[in-house]
Write a protein that binds this ligand. Structure first.
Ligand code: TYD
Length: 160
């Protein structure tokens, strides 16, 4: 049991170290984090422990639900916020854009969290009926942390 705990801690440490080694604020930093899944014939269980499974301290949780068919969410970037986005139920797509390249990611598993670092423009669409999107965030809500205009976001990116 202790060995399993040590192995899990090493896995998390390696995963977080690889995030820290990649260039800041780029799509390379955004990745799917495999969350623990306790399979059980009575129903599966996933848990998330701050600092262990998520590479930031969790200060806020919010969720999108009752999303009508064809709706689009997001359409902004955050200056300093780190997020982990999870399809708790159903599925949806997220398009991530660091100003240089874009990547479309389909989320459909409640044991997969998409880590999104600061300064990534995101758009969300293709929500399935009844889907629920939960977001763990590194800070409290602050409108000042948003870029809601794409040109402003691109202008704020460091020159490469
Ligand atoms: P927004 O972040 O634009 O939602 P999405 O990216 O999912 O499309 O937020 C929508 C509205 O909700 C906006 O008026 C701000 C408000 N809001 C809060 O008050 N607190 C929060 O934690 C969040 C995420 C949004």
């Amino acid at each position: 049991m202790a060995l399993r705990r040590i192995a899990a801690a090493c896995h998390s440490a390696r995963a977080f170290a690889s995030i820290l080694k990649t260039p800041p604020m780029s799509l390379e930093q955004c990745r799917i984090i495999d969350l623990p899944k306790i399979s059980d014939p009575r129903g599966n269980l996933t848990f998330i422990e701050g600092s262990r499974h998520v590479p930031f301290d969790i200060r806020r949780v919010y969720y999108l639900y009752d999303v009508p068919g064809g709706a689009e969410r997001g359409g902004h970037a955050h200056k300093g916020l780190h997020q982990l986005i999870i399809a708790m139920s159903g599925s949806f797509d997220i398009v991530l854009d660091d100003g240089r390249e874009k990547k479309r990611i389909h989320l459909c598993r409640s044991y997969h969290g998409l880590y999104v670092c600061p300064m990534i423009w995101r758009e969300m669409d293709n929500f399935s009926s009844g889907s629920v999107c939960m977001v763990l965030a590194s800070n409290l809500y602050d409108e000042e942390d948003y870029y809601r205009n794409y040109e402003d976001f691109v202008a704020a990116l460091p020159a490469s």
